[in-house]
Design a protein around this ligand. Structure first.
Ligand code: HEC
Length: 206
């Protein structure tokens, strides 16, 4: 049975559920309905929709600020605060070591410190081998680590532990202090292994 129109083609999967001899069409095979076929009544529905539904509240600046914590590669969005490599060591040993190992190479989870060429996985796909910016390392650590309790470190603690991870990888010295300026200034070994993807989906494919 081939569909003769939009209505029939929508019905096929429903009938298939009742009679096993009619093969169900996968979503990929089904023709994509146009906007009007998909929802012919949308315009009239929205004309009758209430202005608001009476729940929710406007997002306050404070709430937005607590979610809007992205840090860009150029350091835009880095918060105030600072932390030293020495302070970071304590934080690392308390909150990170059990998953990343005493020197960042042992695991059981991802290696943070390279023990091979960057092309090698997993030995080289590490902070030193594969992160082009120290700023986004801050961003990731603040949002995602420690893996089971992300978001629990203060900004000072994140600066400190990022400094310590960079130090474990031989990227900053033992007396380094990380803050918004020093983090931007870190030259990551993998800096030139990436190019900004500025394609706009046009003919300029590289
Ligand atoms: C409960 C285990 C656990 C703890 C604790 C933990 N991590 Fe992780 N970490 C992981 C796992 C798992 C991944 C890989 C996540 C992924 O690939 O999605 C990871 C990935 C990372 C990465 C990215 C590594 C890469 O592949 O480039 C960094 C950096 C990192 N963790 C830093 C930290 C820091 C700093 C702490 C302590 C503040 C910490 N982690 C605590 C489990 C943990």
């Amino acid at each position: 049975m081939r569909a003769v129109g939009a209505t029939a083609s929508v019905l096929v999967p429903l009938l298939a559920a009742c009679s096993p001899e009619v093969p169900a069409r996968s979503a990929a095979e089904a023709p994509a309905p146009s906007a009007t076929e998909a929802d012919p009544g949308f315009a009239s529905l929205s004309a009758h929709a209430p202005e608001h539904f009476g729940f929710g509240a406007p997002a306050s600046e404070d709430r937005v600020a607590r979610w809007d914590i992205d840090v860009k590669p150029d350091g835009e969005g880095l918060p105030p605060g600072s932390g030293s490599v020495a302070e970071g060591r304590l934080i690392y040993e308390t909150y990170c070591l059990q998953c990343h190992g005493p020197t960042g190479t042992e695991g059981p989870n991802d290696r943070l410190v390279s023990a091979g060429e960057w092309e090698q996985w997993p030995a080289g796909r590490t902070v030193g081998g594969y992160w082009p910016y120290a700023t986004t390392l801050f961003d990731y650590t603040r949002k995602a680590m420690p893996q089971t309790t992300p978001g629990t470190l203060s900004d000072d603690e994140v600066y400190a532990v990022v400094g310590y991870v960079l130090h474990l990888g031989g990227i900053v010295s033992a007396d380094a202090v990380m803050d918004s300026a020093s983090l931007v200034a870190v030259e990551m070994p993998a800096r030139d292994r990436f190019v900004p993807d500025d394609r706009t989906d046009g003919p300029e494919i590289r």
